[in-house]
Design a protein around this ligand. Structure first.
Ligand code: HEC
Ligand code: HEC
Ligand code: HEC
Ligand code: HEC
Ligand code: HEC
Length: 208
Protein backbone atom coordinates (compact mmCIF):
# COMPACT_ATOMS: atom_id res chain seq x y z
CA UNK A 1 0.00 0.00 0.00
CA UNK A 2 1.32 3.48 -0.87
CA UNK A 3 1.41 5.84 2.14
CA UNK A 4 -1.05 8.70 1.81
CA UNK A 5 0.28 12.19 1.33
CA UNK A 6 -0.57 13.08 4.96
CA UNK A 7 1.43 10.18 6.38
CA UNK A 8 4.77 11.08 4.81
CA UNK A 9 5.75 13.95 7.17
CA UNK A 10 4.72 11.78 10.14
CA UNK A 11 6.96 8.96 8.95
CA UNK A 12 9.87 11.37 8.47
CA UNK A 13 9.36 12.80 11.97
CA UNK A 14 9.21 9.29 13.44
CA UNK A 15 12.43 8.37 11.71
CA UNK A 16 14.21 11.47 13.03
CA UNK A 17 13.07 10.78 16.60
CA UNK A 18 14.29 7.19 16.33
CA UNK A 19 17.71 8.30 15.09
CA UNK A 20 18.06 10.86 17.91
CA UNK A 21 17.01 8.36 20.59
CA UNK A 22 19.42 5.79 19.17
CA UNK A 23 22.20 8.33 19.26
CA UNK A 24 21.53 9.23 22.90
CA UNK A 25 21.44 5.58 23.95
CA UNK A 26 24.71 4.90 22.09
CA UNK A 27 26.46 7.85 23.75
CA UNK A 28 25.28 6.76 27.21
CA UNK A 29 26.44 3.19 26.63
CA UNK A 30 29.83 4.27 25.30
CA UNK A 31 30.50 6.66 28.18
CA UNK A 32 29.40 4.08 30.75
CA UNK A 33 31.63 1.33 29.40
CA UNK A 34 34.63 3.51 28.59
CA UNK A 35 34.55 5.18 32.00
CA UNK A 36 32.68 3.10 34.55
CA UNK A 37 32.02 5.16 37.67
CA UNK A 38 33.60 4.37 41.01
CA UNK A 39 35.71 1.40 40.07
CA UNK A 40 32.69 -0.62 38.96
CA UNK A 41 34.62 -1.90 36.40
CA UNK A 42 36.91 -3.62 34.37
CA UNK A 43 38.73 -6.77 35.13
CA UNK A 44 39.49 -7.59 31.50
CA UNK A 45 40.06 -11.23 30.69
CA UNK A 46 43.76 -12.07 30.52
CA UNK A 47 45.57 -14.47 28.19
CA UNK A 48 47.05 -16.36 31.18
CA UNK A 49 45.42 -16.67 34.60
CA UNK A 50 48.17 -14.92 36.56
CA UNK A 51 47.35 -14.70 40.28
CA UNK A 52 49.04 -11.95 42.33
CA UNK A 53 47.99 -13.91 45.44
CA UNK A 54 50.29 -16.87 44.70
CA UNK A 55 53.24 -14.67 43.77
CA UNK A 56 53.00 -11.82 46.27
CA UNK A 57 50.98 -12.96 49.27
CA UNK A 58 52.22 -16.59 49.29
CA UNK A 59 55.71 -16.33 47.81
CA UNK A 60 56.67 -12.81 48.89
CA UNK A 61 57.90 -11.64 45.50
CA UNK A 62 58.24 -7.87 45.57
CA UNK A 63 56.18 -5.66 43.29
CA UNK A 64 59.34 -4.05 41.87
CA UNK A 65 60.80 -7.43 40.93
CA UNK A 66 58.19 -7.64 38.17
CA UNK A 67 57.13 -4.01 37.75
CA UNK A 68 60.75 -3.01 37.28
CA UNK A 69 60.33 0.59 36.22
CA UNK A 70 57.90 1.60 38.96
CA UNK A 71 60.54 3.26 41.16
CA UNK A 72 62.47 4.62 38.15
CA UNK A 73 60.15 6.28 35.71
CA UNK A 74 56.77 6.97 34.25
CA UNK A 75 55.24 3.53 33.54
CA UNK A 76 55.41 0.72 36.10
CA UNK A 77 55.73 -1.76 33.19
CA UNK A 78 54.43 -5.30 33.07
CA UNK A 79 57.13 -7.99 33.06
CA UNK A 80 58.40 -9.57 29.87
CA UNK A 81 58.07 -13.32 29.54
CA UNK A 82 61.82 -13.71 30.29
CA UNK A 83 61.07 -12.50 33.84
CA UNK A 84 58.51 -15.27 34.27
CA UNK A 85 60.93 -17.88 32.92
CA UNK A 86 63.47 -16.85 35.52
CA UNK A 87 61.37 -19.00 37.86
CA UNK A 88 59.16 -21.03 35.57
CA UNK A 89 62.02 -22.81 33.83
CA UNK A 90 61.89 -24.92 36.97
CA UNK A 91 58.66 -24.16 38.85
CA UNK A 92 55.70 -26.23 37.64
CA UNK A 93 52.66 -25.51 39.78
CA UNK A 94 50.83 -27.81 42.15
CA UNK A 95 47.58 -28.46 40.27
CA UNK A 96 46.75 -29.48 36.71
CA UNK A 97 45.15 -26.08 36.10
CA UNK A 98 48.25 -24.25 37.36
CA UNK A 99 50.51 -26.44 35.20
CA UNK A 100 48.42 -25.66 32.13
CA UNK A 101 48.72 -21.91 32.73
CA UNK A 102 52.46 -22.19 33.38
CA UNK A 103 52.85 -24.19 30.15
CA UNK A 104 51.31 -21.25 28.29
CA UNK A 105 54.12 -19.09 29.71
CA UNK A 106 56.75 -21.54 28.48
CA UNK A 107 55.13 -21.76 25.04
CA UNK A 108 55.19 -17.97 24.78
CA UNK A 109 58.89 -18.02 25.61
CA UNK A 110 59.72 -20.91 23.24
CA UNK A 111 57.85 -19.33 20.34
CA UNK A 112 59.15 -15.85 21.13
CA UNK A 113 55.61 -14.43 21.38
CA UNK A 114 54.99 -11.64 23.88
CA UNK A 115 52.07 -12.27 26.27
CA UNK A 116 49.34 -9.84 25.32
CA UNK A 117 48.21 -8.69 28.79
CA UNK A 118 45.10 -6.51 28.79
CA UNK A 119 45.48 -3.11 30.46
CA UNK A 120 43.42 -2.55 33.60
CA UNK A 121 44.24 1.11 34.31
CA UNK A 122 44.71 3.57 31.50
CA UNK A 123 44.58 7.36 31.46
CA UNK A 124 43.79 9.29 28.28
CA UNK A 125 46.81 10.14 26.15
CA UNK A 126 46.73 13.84 27.06
CA UNK A 127 47.50 13.04 30.71
CA UNK A 128 50.93 12.46 32.19
CA UNK A 129 51.42 10.20 35.20
CA UNK A 130 54.79 9.34 36.74
CA UNK A 131 54.97 6.37 39.10
CA UNK A 132 58.47 7.18 40.31
CA UNK A 133 57.51 10.59 41.75
CA UNK A 134 54.69 9.11 43.79
CA UNK A 135 56.63 6.15 45.15
CA UNK A 136 59.59 8.37 46.05
CA UNK A 137 57.42 10.87 47.93
CA UNK A 138 55.34 8.41 49.93
CA UNK A 139 58.27 6.21 50.95
CA UNK A 140 60.44 9.21 51.93
CA UNK A 141 60.73 9.17 55.73
CA UNK A 142 62.17 12.68 55.85
CA UNK A 143 58.86 14.20 54.73
CA UNK A 144 56.86 14.97 57.85
CA UNK A 145 53.14 14.78 57.24
CA UNK A 146 51.66 13.11 54.17
CA UNK A 147 48.09 12.64 53.08
CA UNK A 148 46.50 9.68 51.29
CA UNK A 149 44.05 9.53 48.42
CA UNK A 150 41.02 10.66 50.39
CA UNK A 151 42.88 13.33 52.32
CA UNK A 152 43.53 11.09 55.33
CA UNK A 153 46.75 11.74 57.26
CA UNK A 154 49.29 8.91 56.98
CA UNK A 155 50.89 8.31 60.36
CA UNK A 156 53.95 6.39 59.11
CA UNK A 157 55.73 6.32 55.78
CA UNK A 158 54.36 3.39 53.79
CA UNK A 159 56.80 0.99 52.11
CA UNK A 160 56.76 0.49 48.35
CA UNK A 161 54.02 -2.18 48.31
CA UNK A 162 51.85 -0.19 50.72
CA UNK A 163 52.23 2.85 48.46
CA UNK A 164 50.76 0.90 45.55
CA UNK A 165 47.66 0.11 47.64
CA UNK A 166 46.92 3.84 47.98
CA UNK A 167 45.79 3.92 44.34
CA UNK A 168 45.45 0.26 43.34
CA UNK A 169 44.04 -1.39 46.46
CA UNK A 170 45.26 -4.70 47.84
CA UNK A 171 46.61 -6.23 44.62
CA UNK A 172 48.73 -8.70 46.60
CA UNK A 173 45.57 -10.48 47.71
CA UNK A 174 43.76 -10.43 44.39
CA UNK A 175 43.44 -13.35 41.98
CA UNK A 176 42.50 -10.88 39.25
CA UNK A 177 43.59 -7.23 39.15
CA UNK A 178 40.79 -4.73 38.90
CA UNK A 179 40.50 -1.07 39.80
CA UNK A 180 40.33 -0.37 43.54
CA UNK A 181 36.75 -0.69 44.70
CA UNK A 182 35.01 2.64 45.13
CA UNK A 183 38.03 4.61 43.93
CA UNK A 184 38.11 6.59 40.73
CA UNK A 185 41.38 7.87 39.30
CA UNK A 186 39.67 10.81 37.66
CA UNK A 187 41.12 14.30 37.54
CA UNK A 188 39.37 15.39 40.75
CA UNK A 189 41.06 12.60 42.72
CA UNK A 190 44.50 13.53 41.38
CA UNK A 191 44.04 17.24 42.02
CA UNK A 192 42.60 16.77 45.52
CA UNK A 193 45.59 14.69 46.59
CA UNK A 194 48.08 17.11 45.05
CA UNK A 195 46.40 20.03 46.79
CA UNK A 196 46.29 18.45 50.25
CA UNK A 197 50.00 17.48 49.94
CA UNK A 198 50.89 21.00 48.70
CA UNK A 199 51.99 19.74 45.27
CA UNK A 200 51.53 22.14 42.34
CA UNK A 201 48.20 21.74 40.54
CA UNK A 202 48.98 23.73 37.38
CA UNK A 203 47.36 22.16 34.35
CA UNK A 204 50.76 21.54 32.79
CA UNK A 205 51.86 19.27 35.64
CA UNK A 206 49.49 16.61 34.35
CA UNK A 207 48.59 17.70 30.81
CA UNK A 208 50.99 17.51 27.88
C1 HEC B 1 60.43 -15.21 41.51
C2 HEC B 1 59.77 -16.40 41.01
C3 HEC B 1 58.58 -16.28 40.07
C4 HEC B 1 58.42 -15.44 39.00
C5 HEC B 1 59.36 -14.38 38.48
C6 HEC B 1 57.15 -15.78 38.40
N1 HEC B 1 56.54 -16.79 39.10
FE1 HEC B 1 54.77 -17.67 38.64
N2 HEC B 1 54.93 -18.82 40.31
C7 HEC B 1 56.00 -18.83 41.19
C8 HEC B 1 55.72 -19.77 42.27
C9 HEC B 1 56.64 -20.09 43.46
C10 HEC B 1 54.46 -20.33 42.00
C11 HEC B 1 53.71 -21.39 42.82
C12 HEC B 1 54.05 -22.75 42.30
C13 HEC B 1 53.34 -23.86 43.04
O1 HEC B 1 52.21 -23.66 43.48
O2 HEC B 1 53.94 -24.93 43.15
C14 HEC B 1 53.99 -19.72 40.75
C15 HEC B 1 52.79 -20.04 40.14
C16 HEC B 1 52.36 -19.52 38.92
C17 HEC B 1 51.15 -19.89 38.24
C18 HEC B 1 50.13 -20.91 38.74
C19 HEC B 1 49.25 -20.23 39.75
C20 HEC B 1 48.23 -21.11 40.39
O3 HEC B 1 47.09 -21.03 39.96
O4 HEC B 1 48.59 -21.84 41.31
C21 HEC B 1 51.09 -19.16 37.08
C22 HEC B 1 49.99 -19.19 36.03
C23 HEC B 1 52.26 -18.33 37.05
N3 HEC B 1 53.01 -18.58 38.17
C24 HEC B 1 52.55 -17.42 36.04
C25 HEC B 1 53.61 -16.55 36.06
C26 HEC B 1 53.84 -15.52 35.06
C27 HEC B 1 52.95 -15.26 33.87
C28 HEC B 1 54.98 -14.88 35.42
C29 HEC B 1 55.63 -13.70 34.75
C30 HEC B 1 54.79 -12.52 34.59
C31 HEC B 1 55.47 -15.51 36.64
N4 HEC B 1 54.60 -16.51 37.00
C32 HEC B 1 56.63 -15.13 37.29
C33 HEC B 1 57.15 -18.09 41.08
C34 HEC B 1 57.38 -17.12 40.13
C1 HEC C 1 55.64 -12.26 39.49
C2 HEC C 1 55.42 -10.98 38.84
C3 HEC C 1 54.55 -9.93 39.50
C4 HEC C 1 54.64 -9.45 40.79
C5 HEC C 1 55.56 -9.87 41.91
C6 HEC C 1 53.64 -8.39 40.89
N1 HEC C 1 52.98 -8.25 39.69
FE1 HEC C 1 51.54 -6.91 39.25
N2 HEC C 1 51.29 -7.72 37.41
C7 HEC C 1 52.03 -8.77 36.91
C8 HEC C 1 51.49 -9.16 35.61
C9 HEC C 1 52.00 -10.27 34.72
C10 HEC C 1 50.41 -8.28 35.34
C11 HEC C 1 49.51 -8.25 34.11
C12 HEC C 1 48.40 -9.24 34.22
C13 HEC C 1 47.30 -8.80 35.16
O1 HEC C 1 46.80 -7.69 35.05
O2 HEC C 1 46.96 -9.62 36.06
C14 HEC C 1 50.32 -7.39 36.51
C15 HEC C 1 49.39 -6.37 36.63
C16 HEC C 1 49.37 -5.45 37.68
C17 HEC C 1 48.51 -4.27 37.74
C18 HEC C 1 47.51 -3.85 36.69
C19 HEC C 1 48.22 -3.17 35.53
C20 HEC C 1 47.26 -2.54 34.56
O3 HEC C 1 47.08 -3.08 33.46
O4 HEC C 1 46.68 -1.51 34.89
C21 HEC C 1 48.78 -3.64 38.92
C22 HEC C 1 48.15 -2.37 39.43
C23 HEC C 1 49.78 -4.43 39.60
N3 HEC C 1 50.12 -5.51 38.82
C24 HEC C 1 50.28 -4.12 40.85
C25 HEC C 1 51.16 -4.93 41.55
C26 HEC C 1 51.52 -4.71 42.93
C27 HEC C 1 51.00 -3.57 43.78
C28 HEC C 1 52.40 -5.69 43.28
C29 HEC C 1 53.03 -5.92 44.64
C30 HEC C 1 52.11 -5.94 45.78
C31 HEC C 1 52.58 -6.54 42.11
N4 HEC C 1 51.80 -6.06 41.10
C32 HEC C 1 53.43 -7.64 42.03
C33 HEC C 1 53.11 -9.38 37.50
C34 HEC C 1 53.51 -9.17 38.81
C1 HEC D 1 49.19 7.90 42.93
C2 HEC D 1 48.50 6.74 42.38
C3 HEC D 1 49.28 5.51 42.01
C4 HEC D 1 50.20 4.82 42.78
C5 HEC D 1 50.69 5.15 44.18
C6 HEC D 1 50.61 3.68 42.00
N1 HEC D 1 49.96 3.68 40.78
FE1 HEC D 1 50.13 2.30 39.31
N2 HEC D 1 48.91 3.40 38.11
C7 HEC D 1 48.31 4.59 38.48
C8 HEC D 1 47.66 5.17 37.32
C9 HEC D 1 46.90 6.48 37.29
C10 HEC D 1 47.88 4.28 36.24
C11 HEC D 1 47.47 4.46 34.79
C12 HEC D 1 48.63 5.20 34.13
C13 HEC D 1 48.46 5.52 32.66
O1 HEC D 1 47.53 5.06 32.02
O2 HEC D 1 49.35 6.25 32.15
C14 HEC D 1 48.67 3.17 36.79
C15 HEC D 1 49.10 2.08 36.04
C16 HEC D 1 49.84 1.01 36.55
C17 HEC D 1 50.25 -0.16 35.79
C18 HEC D 1 49.95 -0.43 34.31
C19 HEC D 1 50.61 0.57 33.41
C20 HEC D 1 52.08 0.76 33.65
O3 HEC D 1 52.45 1.83 34.19
O4 HEC D 1 52.90 -0.13 33.37
C21 HEC D 1 50.96 -0.97 36.64
C22 HEC D 1 51.62 -2.30 36.31
C23 HEC D 1 50.98 -0.30 37.94
N3 HEC D 1 50.29 0.90 37.84
C24 HEC D 1 51.63 -0.80 39.06
C25 HEC D 1 51.86 -0.06 40.22
C26 HEC D 1 52.70 -0.52 41.31
C27 HEC D 1 53.45 -1.84 41.36
C28 HEC D 1 52.69 0.47 42.25
C29 HEC D 1 53.46 0.54 43.56
C30 HEC D 1 54.91 0.30 43.49
C31 HEC D 1 51.82 1.54 41.75
N4 HEC D 1 51.35 1.18 40.52
C32 HEC D 1 51.51 2.72 42.43
C33 HEC D 1 48.31 5.15 39.73
C34 HEC D 1 49.13 4.78 40.76
C1 HEC E 1 47.70 9.93 46.97
C2 HEC E 1 48.05 11.25 46.48
C3 HEC E 1 48.22 11.46 45.01
C4 HEC E 1 47.37 11.06 44.01
C5 HEC E 1 46.07 10.30 44.13
C6 HEC E 1 47.96 11.52 42.77
N1 HEC E 1 49.13 12.16 43.01
FE1 HEC E 1 50.40 12.93 41.59
N2 HEC E 1 51.71 13.47 43.03
C7 HEC E 1 51.51 13.30 44.38
C8 HEC E 1 52.66 13.80 45.09
C9 HEC E 1 52.82 13.83 46.59
C10 HEC E 1 53.56 14.29 44.11
C11 HEC E 1 54.91 14.97 44.33
C12 HEC E 1 56.06 14.04 44.26
C13 HEC E 1 57.32 14.86 44.33
O1 HEC E 1 57.65 15.37 45.41
O2 HEC E 1 57.95 14.97 43.28
C14 HEC E 1 52.93 14.05 42.83
C15 HEC E 1 53.51 14.38 41.60
C16 HEC E 1 52.91 14.21 40.38
C17 HEC E 1 53.48 14.60 39.11
C18 HEC E 1 54.78 15.37 38.91
C19 HEC E 1 55.93 14.49 38.73
C20 HEC E 1 57.16 15.29 38.41
O3 HEC E 1 58.17 15.05 39.06
O4 HEC E 1 57.10 16.14 37.51
C21 HEC E 1 52.58 14.26 38.14
C22 HEC E 1 52.71 14.44 36.65
C23 HEC E 1 51.43 13.67 38.81
N3 HEC E 1 51.69 13.64 40.15
C24 HEC E 1 50.30 13.23 38.16
C25 HEC E 1 49.21 12.65 38.81
C26 HEC E 1 48.00 12.18 38.13
C27 HEC E 1 47.72 12.32 36.65
C28 HEC E 1 47.21 11.63 39.09
C29 HEC E 1 45.85 10.99 38.94
C30 HEC E 1 45.72 9.91 37.97
C31 HEC E 1 47.90 11.76 40.35
N4 HEC E 1 49.10 12.39 40.15
C32 HEC E 1 47.40 11.30 41.54
C33 HEC E 1 50.41 12.75 45.00
C34 HEC E 1 49.33 12.17 44.37
C1 HEC F 1 47.00 16.27 39.16
C2 HEC F 1 46.76 16.04 37.77
C3 HEC F 1 45.89 16.97 36.96
C4 HEC F 1 45.91 18.34 36.96
C5 HEC F 1 46.77 19.29 37.82
C6 HEC F 1 44.95 18.78 35.96
N1 HEC F 1 44.38 17.66 35.39
FE1 HEC F 1 42.96 17.69 33.90
N2 HEC F 1 42.86 15.64 33.93
C7 HEC F 1 43.63 14.84 34.74
C8 HEC F 1 43.26 13.47 34.50
C9 HEC F 1 43.84 12.25 35.20
C10 HEC F 1 42.27 13.48 33.48
C11 HEC F 1 41.60 12.26 32.83
C12 HEC F 1 40.58 11.63 33.70
C13 HEC F 1 39.34 12.45 33.74
O1 HEC F 1 38.74 12.68 32.69
O2 HEC F 1 38.95 12.89 34.84
C14 HEC F 1 42.04 14.87 33.15
C15 HEC F 1 41.12 15.31 32.19
C16 HEC F 1 40.97 16.63 31.83
C17 HEC F 1 40.09 17.08 30.78
C18 HEC F 1 39.24 16.20 29.93
C19 HEC F 1 37.96 15.91 30.66
C20 HEC F 1 37.19 14.84 29.96
O3 HEC F 1 36.02 14.72 30.27
O4 HEC F 1 37.78 14.09 29.19
C21 HEC F 1 40.22 18.44 30.69
C22 HEC F 1 39.50 19.37 29.74
C23 HEC F 1 41.17 18.84 31.72
N3 HEC F 1 41.61 17.71 32.39
C24 HEC F 1 41.55 20.13 31.94
C25 HEC F 1 42.42 20.55 32.96
C26 HEC F 1 42.74 21.96 33.26
C27 HEC F 1 42.21 23.14 32.51
C28 HEC F 1 43.62 21.94 34.32
C29 HEC F 1 44.23 23.13 35.07
C30 HEC F 1 43.26 24.02 35.69
C31 HEC F 1 43.84 20.55 34.68
N4 HEC F 1 43.10 19.73 33.83
C32 HEC F 1 44.67 20.11 35.67
C33 HEC F 1 44.58 15.24 35.66
C34 HEC F 1 44.90 16.55 35.96
Amino acid sequence: MMPSRKMVPLMVAGGVVTVIMGFIVAVLLISWFSNPPFGLGNAPSQPIAFPHTVHVAENNIQCEFCHRNVTKGEAATVPAVETCLFCHKDIDGGTVAAQEEINKVRTAFDTDTPIDWARVHRLPDHVRFIHEAHIRYFTDETIGVKYGINGEELSESPDVAQTCTICHGDVANKEVVQPKTGQSLKMGTCVDCHRVNSIPTDCTVCHK
